[in-house]
Design a protein around this ligand. Structure first.
Ligand code: ADP
Ligand code: MG
Length: 316
């Protein structure tokens, strides 16, 4: 019987032909792969089980358990999961353009319209996680937000500010044209390695996430819940609009203090041309008190977001 299982596993692994490496984490390497059964490309997150302790192994199984329950157009889909003696294979839908992070690096920062195009889709994913699945992601950041590229045809639709022209200010007529995004199509939220299922009213205590994106209640070691994703959403939105994070310091203690106090600024000159409405939305997300912070529903009712959604509906 064991032999039969071993044979089945071998066949399952042979189903996926690993191609080039497309990403890397602490214990994992992500490959583009060819699924010989569905005859399509997939992403395989290959995890070194042999380097992990039992708690870390349990975390992988939890990541998969959560992913298995999720079904949303803005969330990376789980296709298959295989466990061998040495490895875990998490087979996922391949997202063509990789991380939004690399795009920010390339273009320095995004126009307000492109930022909204991205952040709204991330928020759709969070809305599903928070309101439907009862899941807190806990590691929302540009490195874990993937996108599918779209072909940008006329140069007129390229309204995002390019690095060679960082002060390009879009004129009025450019707005609606940009709804498709500058080469960025569908956004997919990935990496559920730190995500957690929450029962209603339940809260979490384990400090985790990535410093710089963690909410004040986490760095202060208080109980926390879904609100931490809203804080991280604020960090991501801030970065999209200006190209650098709201909280940054080389010294961890200083950084931790800044986050705990919610001390950030709309630095000049980078924020000079960004609208007050956009700043208002960022401020409501980066609110220290989790009870006063925007929930996901508040976010969709924010004027800067709601008016954009209204405009894009009309444009279609
Ligand atoms: P880790 O938990 O190690 O951070 P991730 O799931 O974030 O692992 O994957 C690491 C990197 O691999 C990502 O930041 C991304 O660049 C790439 N990657 C992961 N999953 C996919 C996918 N489904 N499609 C395309 N790229 C992916
Ligand atoms: Mg990651």
């Amino acid at each position: 019987n064991e032999e039969r299982i071993a044979r089945m596993k071998k066949a399952a692994i042979e189903r996926y032909q690993l191609k080039e490496k497309i990403g890397e984490g602490a214990f994992s390497t992500v490959y583009r792969a060819f699924d010989s059964k569905s005859k399509s490309e997939v992403a395989v997150k290959l995890i070194k089980k042999y380097e992990m302790d039992s708690a870390q192994q349990a975390a992988v199984l939890k990541e998969v358990t959560i992913m298995r329950q999720l079904d949303h157009p803005n969330i990376v889909k789980l296709i298959d999961f295989i466990e061998t003696d040495q490895h875990y294979y998490i087979v996922q839908e391949l997202v063509g353009g990789s991380e939004i992070f690399t795009e920010i690096v390339k273009y320095v920062y995004f126009s307000e319209d492109l930022s909204r195009h991205v952040i709204i889709q991330v928020a759709e994913a969070l809305s599903y996680l928070h309101n439907v699945a009862g899941v807190v992601h806990r590691d929302l950041k540009p490195e874990n937000i993937f996108y599918n590229p779209i072909t940008v045809i006329p140069s007129k639709t390229r309204k995002f500010r390019k690095s060679d022209d960082p002060y390009h200010k879009p004129d009025e007529g450019e707005f609606i044209l940009n709804l498709g995004g500058g080469g960025i199509g569908t956004i997919k939220l990935g990496d559920f390695g730190l995500s957690k299922q929450i029962r209603s009213g339940n809260s979490l205590k384990t400090p985790c996430g990535t410093i710089g994106y963690t909410a004040p209640e986490i760095v202060k070691d208080m109980k926390y819940s879904k609100e931490v994703d809203m804080w991280a959403l604020g960090c991501v939105l801030y970065i999209l609009l200006c190209g650098f994070p709201p909280f940054f310091d080389d010294k961890v203690e200083v950084l931790t203090r800044k986050v705990a106090d919610g001390h950030f600024e709309f630095l000049s000159p980078w924020w000079d041309e960004i609208s007050d409405e956009a700043k208002h939305c960022v401020s409501k997300l980066l609110t220290v008190n989790p009870l006063e912070r925007y929930t996901i529903d508040d976010f969709f009712n924010d004027p800067w977001i709601a008016e954009f959604l209204e405009k894009s509906k009309k444009a279609q």
